[in-house]
Design a protein around this ligand. Structure first.
Ligand code: 9D3
Length: 248
């Protein structure tokens, strides 16, 4: 798959693409990321990419022309009709289901906004979808674009050391949409706190039941909305309900 990122700050992506478990996916081209800077496609001696808003008001607006020229350049390289995704606070919030769809697709053109926004005429004619990271204000779309690329890259086959360990992620349908259980590693006692004995027992049935119980309790405590979803979807057993009833 190929992702073209349109950003005024391509240098932000360079360290991101070269570290961690996702590095191999990016460096091998399994997730092929190309960076384009609209400033290179802006006209005039000053290569302006932003201007003052018509009608007045604070901040600057990204101009349509440099963005359009950037798209022309990208479209000439990609022989497809990849969708243009704008990261924007008004977009639909990114979730695991969306990430799974992107990770099974052939890529997209990811547009990172800066300043107060982008000329609406460009959005109306060129943008297919808007994605938000949540209801808080960032200074641009670069961090959301990296979030999407990171989430997509780690779902690629062979990226995680244990080929199936993302089957164990919170939000993965394989865990019935419950939060993940707590994890422990050596030493068995740290700062006066022991690891739960069941995890040292070697009894895998007990361990799995304990982990399921922890997932249920954590989800009830932190994300009752997710628990209700799992219940409505018929994913909770009588034993699950009994565990939940014990600890209210
Ligand atoms: C004063 C109105 N602001 C909207 C809340 C203007 C504005 C603020 C921040 C316009 C753009 C931005 C930059 N944000 C993003 O580009 C962005 C974003 C975000 O701020 N929050 C969550 N997800 C995203 S995706 C892109």
């Amino acid at each position: 798959m190929r992702f073209d990122v349109v950003t005024l700050f391509p240098e932000l992506f360079v360290p991101f693409l070269s570290v961690g478990i996702t590095r191999r996916a990016f460096e091998s081209g399994q997730v092929d990321v190309h960076l384009s800077n609209p400033r290179e496609f802006a006209s005039g001696n000053y290569r302006r990419v932003d201007d003052r808003p018509f009608g007045g008001g604070p901040g600057m607006v990204m101009m349509a022309q440099p963005l359009e020229q950037t798209l022309v350049h990208i479209r000439a390289q990609r022989h497809d009709t990849a969708p243009v995704v704008l990261f924007s606070p008004i977009g639909q919030r990114l979730d695991h289901a969306q990430v799974q769809r992107w990770s099974a697709g052939s890529g997209a053109i990811l547009l990172c906004g800066r300043y107060e926004g982008i000329d609406q005429r460009f959005i109306d004619t060129q943008v297919n979808q808007q994605i938000s990271l949540g209801d808080f204000v960032l200074s641009g779309g670069e961090v959301p674009a990296m979030a999407l690329l990171d989430a997509v890259a780690r779902l690629q086959p062979g990226v995680l050391s244990d080929a199936d360990s993302h089957a164990m992620d919170s939000f993965n349908p394989a865990l019935d949409g419950l939060l993940d259980c707590p994890h422990y590693t050596r030493p068995e006692e740290w700062a006066g706190q022991r690891v739960p004995e069941v995890l040292l027992s070697g009894n895998h049935a007990h361990i799995e039941r304990w982990r399921r119980d922890q997932r249920l309790k954590l989800t009830a405590q932190y994300r009752p909305d997710l628990l209700e979803k799992a219940r409505t979807a018929g994913l909770l057993t009588e034993q699950d309900e009994a565990v939940l009833a014990q600890n209210i």
